[in-house]
Design a protein around this ligand. Sequence first.
Ligand SMILES: [Zn+2]
Length: 170
Amino acid sequence: MHDLVIRNGTVVDGTGRPQFAGDVAIDRGLIAVVGRVTQRGRREIDAKDLLVTPGWVDVHTHYDGQVTWDPILAPSSWHGVTTLVMGNCGVGFAPVRRGQEDFLIELMEGVEDIPGTALHEGIDWRWESFPEYMDALAQMPRVLDVAAQVPHCAIRAGIQIMIRLPTYIN
Ligand SMILES: [Zn+2]
């Protein structure tokens, strides 16, 4: 018996193949079956006339700040995204040197039009290195998976402060 079976949906599984009528089974929080599920579920959801979208990967996002405080990651989760990639366009919040936080927020705000006020209030800067940022992300459960790219602007900003390169390298 599966933990959850979502039946009779229109499945768009993110592999690129055409949509199909089918079911999705979930066990211990992980997708166990995509296709036709013969076993019952402890819980069952009838998805007739609904899209079921296991495996949608949003390959270009800017959740680098929001991912540190929002386990829902709306609106992507509302849209059926199951994995998102962030750190695109070179902007992000790790690595960071103390005192550099405002610069990284202003960069994100300027490049991606994400409100700096939300970032100032939401980010608690429990990290400096990128591995420490990843550890901070790992401590919070969330409704979808995230893949973080190292933002090159944060690296270059850190290098500039560390060895005092002239600003023209930006
Ligand atoms: Zn971008």
